[in-house]
Design a protein around this ligand. Structure first.
Ligand code: LMR
Length: 414
């Protein structure tokens, strides 16, 4: 009977990571998966996490099932981090938050929940978007379409194209937006542009679903959450409007395998939020019954302690600073190499994208063929869309990457 099962062609991002791990070449560089590596090329264990874990191991006891929607201390900490402690929506308890299996789990939980109540809606994601967005919403039963986002001609945002599509969507269409550090392009909206998007969302009664997987990697924890916090304040016909937020702790706690994230649904009032929490719990029960304990409790210990939270934030700030420095080092190195080859002007977009885009990723504009050459000839791994994870660069490899990229760009130009 199982003869009908076809082979899995692999995930476009995670299979590359596997291929990288199997690659025996000395000096190989992984700029594919969205993972933060430190300057020594290792996935860091953050000191605040280590401290919380050490304390926890000393006091660990029986491990009962967690509530279906997750632990209260974790869910409360999520709301404070995502929305801010003093946000009216937090204070008036009108946010329903469930602990999830990473940010992907939050997206899927939200998608399943939405499909139950809005089965006729369509989902709209940016073009391009994180590779897995389409798959997650399609798996929940939604048709998925795209709105214009990246402008290849400028390496920036096609805001008019984006607004043109949003302005025509049917009410209750679900619009997936990236809070900050857009994946894969590194191109974010300005606050003025966000305000225009919110106005359309409210006017057309769209359902915004914000994915925030990189809080802390753009401009800082609060700045990166600005869009989420502002939208949670937006009104629709005088009433607070609904919104969904998926957040992940994989990157900003460097706890990828612990699968910690949350789904927050901003509701009109506390009563609605309680009902939504209940139905999220029921959805969780039907999929995987409940979240695991350890990672979530480590995160809650850090976020709920002034001392550990300050330590964590300082470490996260340093990670963001290092990524920024790597952006400019790759830019400068590449500029120098291109200059030597007389090709600086012809790769102007690539150079400016490294400086102007932000967060973990740069969308280089390199073709799939150029990416293949980088991997096959120089052991430098990018995603085939041309996405480069800046957080995989370090002082030891950035020079080699600049040379390899310059060679690949000029080979095509000559
Ligand atoms: C990425 O975009 O590389 C990360 O979010 C990892 C993943 O799950 O795709």
């Amino acid at each position: 009977m199982l003869e009908i099962v076809e082979p899995y062609e692999g995930d476009p991002i995670l299979s590359l990571n596997d291929a990288f791990n199997r690659d025996p070449r000395e000096g190989r560089v992984n700029l594919s998966v969205g993972v933060y590596f430190d300057d020594a090329g290792r996935i860091p264990v953050m000191e605040a996490v280590r401290h919380a874990e050490t304390t926890r191991l000393g006091t660990i006891g029986p491990r009962p099932y967690q509530p279906l929607e997750g632990a209260l201390n974790y869910r409360a900490a999520v709301q404070v981090l995502v929305f801010g402690a003093a946000h009216e929506a937090v204070e008036s308890r009108r946010i329903a938050t469930a602990q999830t299996l990473g940010g992907s789990g939050a997206l899927r939980l939200g998608a399943d929940f939405l499909h139950r109540y809005f089965p006729k809606s369509g989902v709209w994601i940016s073009n391009p978007s994180w590779e897995n967005h389409r798959a997650i919403f399609e798996a929940a039963g939604f048709p998925v379409q795209t709105y214009p986002y990246f402008d290849a001609a400028t390496g920036g945002l096609d805001f008019d194209g984006m607004m043109g599509t949003l302005c025509e969507l049917a009410p209750e269409s679900i619009v997936v937006l990236h809070a900050c550090c857009h994946n894969p392009t590194g191109v974010d909206l300005t606050r003025e542009q966000w305000a225009k998007v919110f106005a359309v969302v409210a006017e057309r009664r769209l359902i915004p679903f914000i994915d925030m997987a990189y809080q802390g990697f753009g401009a800082g924890l609060d700045d990166d959450a600005w869009a989420v916090r502002t939208l949670a304040d937006t009104r629709q016909g005088g009433r607070p409007m609904p919104m969904f937020v998926a957040n992940s702790f994989s990157k900003n706690f460097s706890l990828y395998g612990e699968r910690c994230g949350a789904l927050s649904v901003v509701c009109a009032d506390e009563d609605q939020a309680q009902r939504v929490t209940g139905q999220l719990a029921s959805t969780v029960r039907r999929i995987y019954s409940g979240p695991p304990t350890h990672g979530g409790q480590v995160i809650a210990s850090v976020l709920n302690s002034n001392e550990l939270r300050a330590e964590w934030q300082a470490e996260l700030d340093a990670m963001r600073g290092r990524i920024k420095r790597m952006r400019s080092e790759l830019h400068d190195g590449l500029q120098k190499e291109l200059h030597k080859r007389g090709a600086e002007d012809r790769a102007a977009n690539l150079l400016s994208s490294l400086i102007e885009q932000r967060g973990m990723f740069s969308y280089t504009g390199l073709s799939a063929q150029q990416v293949d050459t980088l991997r096959d000839e120089y052991a430098v791994y990018l995603v085939r869309s041309g996405r480069l994870c800046v957080a995989g660069l370090n002082d030891g490899n950035v020079g080699r990457v600049a040379v390899a990229m310059a060679n690949v760009v000029t080979a095509q130009l000559s």
